[in-house]
Design a protein around this ligand. Structure first.
Ligand code: SAH
Length: 409
């Protein structure tokens, strides 16, 4: 039946069907959490899906230039913030580890700029499968599981000699001056879906279809739910809304950490600024996939609501963006970087590959327009604390690269 059609992961559907029959419908958030990160059968826990052979392809997997420019963003912010003598690079949801690998290569190339700065890498990853792939990519597989002296579940040394630590939760990452990175991370976190009705806000729930065995369907809650009361903004004007409270909680945490210990966060994802209504969808083998069919075998995702993230920073930090990926990368100097790589590449195939991947990242019809960059920065990074009193007393603050043109001194 439907469980067999589920492509070898009928166990997840049976588990959900049992649960729904026993205790009634669940929120979309709970459904998504089960489908993606259930420790036994969750999508990310078993296969991971990122990359050409997986279910979806991401920018760092398309071109090394993407990660290199992000590496330059961190160096540029590190310089603008007065070159602190130590920083942590903290990546949320590192996938195959490609982005970190490209960033670390830039750090290595710019050793003369970074000088004696003490850099460490901290990866927040729930998937044992993906953390293994990351370990191979970044350390050649030489890692130590469950180090006794750390809050990390694994540690190792990068091929470039930088210590790397793995955690399941941002809460476990030690405090300290940190640069955070979340690329295609927030879109994987569970969302609640709400609908405005004559009776007020109701929540969209996932239930079992009584007519068809092991078939899931959407139903509407008969009245308000705890989530409708807690997560809908009073000023909301849309009739259908998606809210990702876990993303909100993580942004709150990032903002307080940056406020307290310094640093910055760069978030890149597809998303909108509080305008879209229905973006919940699934991907399998690079094709759209019905979100309710064969849970655990497809990536489930929803657009990131940047207006919500901005709100959840609660003024603890300044925010910049969202700015479109093609503008951000242009500001970071992608055109110049492409020219250099083209000049240095001997064969036509490589050159075609470079042009093709540039087009994927930049073309407004491909990833250029639907992906955006968003940043959290300490207030003093954008406004001099004593600006009001003595406007002429300090040199102007350097603009934030990516959101403005990169100025290389
Ligand atoms: N940033 C990578 C991968 C994106 S896929 C890239 O751009 O290629 C999403 C990543 O987030 C995966 O590594 C997945 O395992 C991880 N992830 C999903 N939910 C998570 C959670 N709740 N906590 C930590 N990591 C999570």
């Amino acid at each position: 039946g439907a469980a067999e059609a589920a492509g070898g992961n009928g166990a997840m559907l049976r588990h959900l069907a049992r649960k729904l029959r026993a205790s009634g419908p669940v929120t979309v958030a709970e459904y998504m959490r089960e489908a993606l990160t259930n420790p036994g059968q969750g999508y990310y826990m078993r296969r991971g899906g990122v990359g050409e052979s997986g279910d979806f392809i991401t920018s760092p997997e398309i071109s090394q230039v993407f990660g290199e420019l992000i590496g330059i963003w961190y160096i540029s912010e590190w310089m603008a913030m007065g070159k602190p003598n130590t920083f942590q690079l903290v990546e949320l949801g590192p996938g195959r580890g490609t982005l970190t690998e490209d960033i670390l290569r830039v750090f290595k190339q710019l050793t003369s700029v970074l000088g004696k700065c003490d850099v460490s890498v901290h990866l927040v990853e729930v998937s044992p499968k993906l953390s293994e792939i990351q370990a191979v990519m970044l350390t050649g597989g030489k890692v130590q599981p469950n180090p006794q002296d750390e809050s990390a579940y694994m540690k190792g040394i990068s091929k470039t000699g930088i210590p790397i630590f793995w955690y399941r939760d941002i809460e476990d990452v030690p405090p300290g001056y940190s640069f955070y990175l979340a690329h295609e991370f927030f879109d994987a976190l569970p969302i609640h879906k709400f609908q405005r009705t004559e009776k007020g806000w109701c929540e969209v729930l996932v239930d079992i279809d009584p007519e068809v065995p092991d078939q899931l369907r959407f139903v509407l809650s008969p009245s308000r739910t705890p989530a409708t009361q807690n997560f809908i903004q009073p000023e909301e004007t849309r009739d259908h809304v998606e809210v990702c409270p876990q993303a909100g909680a993580i942004v709150q945490r990032l903002a307080s950490r940056i406020e307290k210990d310094g640093g910055a966060a760069l978030v890149a994802d597809y998303g909108h600024d509080g305008t879209k209504t229905d973006t919940f969808r699934g991907f399998r083998n690079h094709r759209l996939h019905d979100v309710l069919s064969a849970p655990g075998t497809a990536d489930l995702t929803a657009d990131v609501d940047f207006s919500y993230l901005r709100k959840m920073a609660q003024g603890r930090t300044a925010t910049l963006g969202p700015i479109k990926q093609r503008e951000f990368l242009k500001n970071m100097g992608i055109d110049l970087r492409l020219q250099v790589l083209l000049q240095n590449s001997g064969d036509t195939a490589t050159r075609e590959q470079l042009l093709h991947s540039y087009d994927m990242l930049m073309n407004p019809e491909k990833m250029g327009d639907c992906f955006s960059f968003f940043a959290l920065l300490p207030h003093h990074r954008l406004v001099h604390p004593d600006k009001k009193d003595k406007p002429e007393s300090k040199s102007p603050l350097p603009p934030v690269a990516g959101f403005n043109e990169l100025l290389l001194k």
